[in-house]
Design a protein around this ligand. Sequence first.
Ligand SMILES: [Zn+2]
Ligand SMILES: [Zn+2]
Length: 325
Amino acid sequence: MGLGGATQEPGFLCIGPRRLARQCLRCCGQCCNFVLDCVDVALRVIGPLFVLLALSLVSFVTYTFFTVLIPHLADSGTSSSLLLLEMALGCFLLVNILYNYAMAVCLNPGVPPEFPGEALESKDGELGDYAPAPKQCHKCLKLKPPRAHHCSVCKTCVMKMDHHCPWINNCVGANNYRYFCLFMFFLAMGCLYYTVLGSRLFFQALVPARKRTIKLKFEDIQCVTLSWLVSICIFCAICLLGGFHLYLVLTNQTTIEFHTNMAGRQIARKRGEIHRNPYDLGMSRNFQQVFGPNTFFGFRWLLPYVARRPTCNGLEYPMVSDFRA
Ligand SMILES: [Zn+2]
Ligand SMILES: [Zn+2]
């Protein structure tokens, strides 16, 4: 009775090990998709809060610079011309930080056009400007040019997508990558400037009141200490992230391509082959693809409102093979 009863019972015991493993994998996949969907929703919700936080930090350091640091420098005997120069440099950095940040946040990162399906059919099989055959994203149904990826947070494809950045509540793509890089550059310079200029005041704020050589109000001590720590932490973080993006710019890769190229390199190594990034055209050309046809030592690329715009349309990119042909 016991043996016969066991074979008739439905459930896990009747399922073969392979089917059970398949079901477990499917279940894990569904769980992962659910978690990723939750992360996407969370990024959409907290994105504006990150932007608010970034602007608050910049405002706080700026406030301390003008209301505590500059008056302290004036009191400590700095000449008025030098003080003006320091204020002008501070304003220049602040304007560039805010301008590049606004552009990175507000600019469309590069959404590809609609998939030209009907146009292709009317051409009796001719592909027109799109050769080889254009790809279509199966999620947003838009045209998917080379180097484009679908962003699950923005729910659209983005041309030359680098990553979705919560700090700008936007994707970093073909259109806003240079603004994103310049924002990091000016932010790092701004933080370094504040850290250097405010270091004496910061260390004075740390020593006991009776040993201080300058008088400081309690609120000023709090502002100086916090803003100096914020500045140095942001500077260190941006140095790491900015260094990585400098490498990506000079080798013509996006963050996504960096990972795929690394995997490709490992596979090629196992086969005894060499993997090459097909878009790596040399440092100078790679740099100009992001920052436009401006020479590096002309430094116009640092000011995107006067620099020449990048010529790339986001739909096609020059490859190493084009230059060899
Ligand atoms: Zn898509
Ligand atoms: Zn996105």
